[in-house]
Design a protein around this ligand. Sequence first.
Ligand code: HEC
Length: 445
Amino acid sequence: MSTMRRRSGRGTAAVLSVAVAAALLVLPDAAASQQAAGAGEVTFATDVAPIFYENCVSCHQENGMGPMSLITYDEVAPWAPVIKDRVESRFMPPWHVDRTVGIQQFKDDISLTDAEIETIARWVDAGAPLGDADQLPPPPDFPDRGEWQLEAEYGRPPDLIIYSDPYTVPASGLDKWWYPVVPVEGIDEPRAVMATESRPSIGSYAVTHHANSNVSKYAVGKPYDKMPANVGLLIEPGHEVTFNIHYFPNGEEVKDAQLEIGMWFYPEDDEPRIVVPWSRATASFSSLSDTDGPEAQTILIPPHGTQVTQGVTVLDKPGMIYSVRGHQHTHGAGQMIEAIYPDGRREVLNRVGWQFGWHITYTYEDDVAPLLPAGTVILVTAWYDNTERPGNPDPDQWVIYGRRSADDMSHMHIGYVEMEQEDFDWMVEQRRMKQQEQQVVQQGG
Ligand code: HEC
């Protein structure tokens, strides 16, 4: 409870209640970190390395996307002050969900707990000591790029792999875009996809900037997409996969770079209740009133100024949001998605910060993915900041709507399953029954 006492010292009543709630939420960890403190010095070997191995080194390793490796003490030590800054500001690990509002249960949440951040900060303040090297946990073992990340979870390699046509990336030159279209082969009947994972072929990892297709996304940090329980994506023989791959030359020619999309199917004898075509499994909700017509001018940010825009989308069929991902350019300062239900209730689903360069998909836990009746209004609010700050190319310019990085835009990419009414009612009922069961368990316990 040390967290609570220390924070309550500097707050108003409102801040205090937030701090209390936060302290209660992290109680088990707070208790653990207090134990560590009681035991003496916080060291890399015993306290910090386990946190880094769990939360940082998947990217911060020699072949990872992070700019430096954070595995050995010698690699980490020079970075200690910068690390403290980046974890306290929650810039690292890249997970920019506002923790004070909205849904907080996500699949594959890589963020740190308050207690972990406190441990790192105390370690840096104490001079970042190594401690007893014999106590270091074994460094994690990385699958080489030849292994699929979801393979361990599902206990088998993908059921189907789709390869983009090969492309040779030259040693130098400008960015290259590659848009091959590949028919689905290797299945002779429609199947329901439970998860997809994308990976660049061996050797092309360093030159693949981003890669999307109509059936998958390859984004930094999390190259896979998992569907919620009871929902599958329909894939059919002959279905066309259209790729959109952005390569950038990296000093060495890479021959025959390919993007590989692995797909895991639901078992044939256990097909999900809801099977949707890809085109009905995503949505894009704008925070502008209109991006095509004259209203597209709604972004107009003065030099050194700020702006807020809002856009609404009315759902004419019932559906479920299973993931959210923001999108803005260099002036983006964050977005919020709210649901206004047909009965008038208004709920903040999430507020996400925006860091240019990071496209993070936040996937809800199955039990909390918002179920939205027909008639629900989705309200997306976006904030822009054209003041002088890191990442803003030129605060002296007016900023308008547009596709160039110097312009700005704002929409949210949503993992969204549109449903028939009877399937929706069934999903609602499933969830109600599950909640009831959990209550019984809790009361009984
Ligand atoms: C999903 C991949 C990923 C994870 C997980 C991750 N990082 Fe990073 N990190 C990056 C990338 C990429 C950059 C550089 C890009 C940038 O600065 O925007 C970066 C930058 C940093 C920097 C700033 C380096 C500089 O030059 O200023 C620090 C410090 C850092 N990370 C520490 C951490 C720590 C500590 C953790 C775990 C608690 C962590 N990161 C987890 C990918 C990651």
